[in-house]
Design a protein around this ligand. Sequence first.
Ligand code: FAD
Length: 574
Amino acid sequence: KASNAFRDHLTFSKILVVCTISGGGLVAYSDVRPFNNVYADAAQATIKKKKVVVLGTGWAGTSFLKNLKDPSLDVQVVSPCNYFAFTPLLPSVTVGTVEARSVVEPIRNIVKKKDFDVRFKEAECFKIDTVNQKVHCKSIQNTNVDGNQEFTVDYDYLVIAMGARANTFNTPGVVENAHFLKEVEDALRIRRSIIDCFERASLPSVSEDEKKRILHFVVVGGGPTGVEFAAELHDFLLEDLVKLYPDLEKYTTITLLEAGDHILSMFDKRITDFAEEKFKRDGINVKTGSMVVKVSDKSISLKERSTGETKDLPYGMVVWSTGIGTRPVVMDFMKQIGQGNRRVMATDEWLRVEGVPNVYALGDCATINQRKVMEDISAIFSKADKNKSGKLNVGDFAEVINDIIERYPQVELHLKSKKLKNFVELLQSNQDDAAKKATQLDIEKFKKALSEVDTKMKSLPPTAQVAAQQGEYLAKCFNRMKECEENPEGPIRFRDSGRHHFKPFRYKHLGQFAPLGGEQTAAQLPGDWVSMGYGAQWLWYSVYASKLVSWRTRILVIGDWGRRFIFGRDSSKI
Ligand code: FAD
């Protein structure tokens, strides 16, 4: 606040100096006085400020930061990346459809727009100490920095938004020989490596078999990232590289390996079929049902799930995209707080890390504990079982359902789509019919139905959409902390008296895209509306252009798309 005031006063002072020169020294006194007052106010405010530390500048951390507006907070951001990366466009960066700098926004550009204390430190957190409320960090600058590179930052509230790492499932040789596609640097390395393969294969001393091997590009993982990368690579080869390396076209192949039965299995079946057929037409070799068991420097060992046979696949470049795992620092923290037996850090529906109420976790590094949610639902249910007759009356039942819906938005989605769909809808739309049915509702049957829902309930997907919405939700809670302490707006507390301060986090699914190359995309939008082909590609262009974090990146990305359209992609190995 003081520095902002100082900056404003500098500008103000310049105007005053001009006035002073032309009109006399009248204003000098009034220029100094307010500054002193502001400084004193700011110093006093700083003493009372709650310290909020944010770890990570990805989707969750940046969305939290952008939406935070409470000037009574003292915010420190720690991240090894001094920029935010728009990850959905990383596959396009691997082949130069867009440039790396177009998809990143310096975090200091975001910080400078805040009109209260936000400081950024380029460092990584290596330990969280919940007893002393400190995070231990170390600088990532290895050279030319004197002194101790480690420091601690105190917090009153900690927001963990450190994302996840690529998951190798401990497959031997992956870390040493494969490329990941997680960070901007990964995308740039892949871009260089593709061109490198073509230049190596062009050398006169290289045999035919070796050319085939070098120009065999393998993508492991048939999820959205793997599929999009395979599609981008195919476009790059077809639209640009064949013109530059015409003799090598016949040696070039792309293989997409998937352990399951289909690629894009999280999408609607129509999209899966469309993608598989399109890739077949394009000559992309999709191999399903084969597990990679080892990656050596020149070949991949595959195990066929149906036959159990193992075979080797020679390759020139491999990209590994099989999902995400927990970062070591988060794993250590989980052990410290008694979550060592879990794969992903658990939070409640208010995004508070279980067992540590002033620590929040958002985005890919955490998940809302669904089992606990279901236990709580059963408890709500038992509470409603007041008459012990084995039947619920309609009033109790409506209360139970509403309570569940209010507390657990993700369960609402699930109830609506499963066995209880008709009944819940009936209850909401027509109380009379619902009453008739409700009197016949057997409590045990309902409990059984609920336990079936439990086993089928899904966690929120690790996507930018979820991370950004969680960041925004938490920032809005922080902004209204005082207001909601006085007038709580959440559901009634279970294990305590009174109400929760805030409503639980509610995820709103806005749809999902799977770009398939050749200016075609598959889109699955809310309400299971599916669109595939050229029209969906235009929708993809407009949605992603609108979602970019700043006008600067928006203009750069649109410029890149235009440049690619006119001049093609750049194949320089820089
Ligand atoms: P991240 O965005 O990964 O951010 C984590 C942050 O933590 C980073 O700033 C990192 O530097 C920082 N960090 C790491 N370690 C430390 C440490 N020790 N201390 C402090 N900070 C640390 N999702 C979609 O919804 N749609 C898409 O189209 C889509 N496409 C994708 C394409 C690719 C290639 C990839 C990789 C992901 C894609 N995703 C997409 C998923 C999406 O990017 C992630 O779900 C999202 O980034 C998760 O956000 P996050 O903030 O949890 O983590």
